[in-house]
Design a protein around this ligand. Structure first.
Ligand code: ATP
Length: 254
């Protein structure tokens, strides 16, 4: 897959006061595959996600989406261009049903705000929202849970609802921040299969921040290794597994 269709991070530097959290980081996450981003705590993964999704303005460098420079755009504008994300801490509305939570993702990708969506949506728009939510729930295998309140779900089910919410919008590049955290090994394995299927079915790209190395090595086409704000290495799972640099900096410390 070409980097021109997908996300490209070019020489991104981010400083918090005097502290450099990201130092000329370079990364591509093309559509059609899962790209992993790993690194020890504090390496800068969340900072990179925040800059990629438009929540942080970089000190220097560029964020390119489908070949266009989006560095100057806010998070909502990047969403409309196809960039979706989940957060490390789940943000579901517990008192809403699964279907309603997933539908919020459709509205976040609409041209107007979600407020506009709720106030003046036509019947046609509401039907389109319902259908997009239904499609995303099917993809994630949670259609049976559509009428259950999010507050009643297990952690594994909540992770899938989050993913479905992200998928219900018109997104083609998804940033997933530790989506398997809180899942047991069986749920994690199934979750990995779901992600692989989603990429195949939708043809989207996923940039995955994940602490579970086994999952990353199993489902990612390319893996980028971040250490102290610098990109240390990138390669295929077997290249990462066999890299002495990575082992010394990261795997060895597990
Ligand atoms: P983790 O795996 O623990 O989530 P991470 O790889 O996501 O870590 P970041 O959260 O991006 O790492 O942090 C990178 C560096 O920037 C760390 O040294 C962190 O202490 C620092 N940092 C993060 N956010 C801020 C902030 N708002 N102000 C100052 N320093 C920050």
């Amino acid at each position: 897959p070409s980097a021109a269709t997908g996300l490209e991070i070019r020489d991104l530097t981010i400083k918090y006061g005097g502290r450099t959290a990201l130092d000329k980081a370079v990364l591509t996450a093309p559509v059609g595959q899962i790209t992993g981003l790993i690194g020890p705590n504090g390496a800068g993964k969340t900072t990179l996600f925040n800059a990629a999704s438009g929540l942080l303005t970089p000190t220097t460098g560029q964020v390119m989406l489908h070949g266009q420079d989006v560095t100057g755009l806010g998070a909502a504008a990047r969403g409309r261009r196809g960039l979706g994300r989940t957060f490390q801490l789940m943000q579901l509305a517990d008192s809403l049903t699964v279907a309603q939570n997933v539908a919020l993702g459709v509205e976040s990708g609409m041209a107007g705000s979600s407020l506009r969506g709720q106030l003046i949506a036509t019947r046609k728009e509401r039907r389109a929202t319902r259908e997009a939510a239904e499609y995303a729930m099917e993809l994630c295998g949670i259609a049976d849970l559509r009428d259950v309140n999010a507050g009643e779900l297990s952690t594994g089910q909540r992770r899938l609802v989050e993913l479905a919410r992200c998928l219900s919008g018109p997104f083609d590049v998804l940033l997933l921040d530790e989506p398997s955290s809180g899942l047991d090994p069986v749920e994690t394995e199934k979750f990995g299969e779901t992600l692989t299927q989603i990429v195949e079915t939708r043809g989207c790209g996923i940039l995955l921040v994940e602490h579970d190395m086994a999952l990353v090595l199993r489902i990612c086409a390319q893996i980028h290794v971040l250490d102290f704000g610098k990109m240390l290495f990138h390669g295929t799972p077997s290249e990462v597994r066999n890299s002495p640099v990575v082992q010394a900096a990261y795997l060895g410390s597990e």
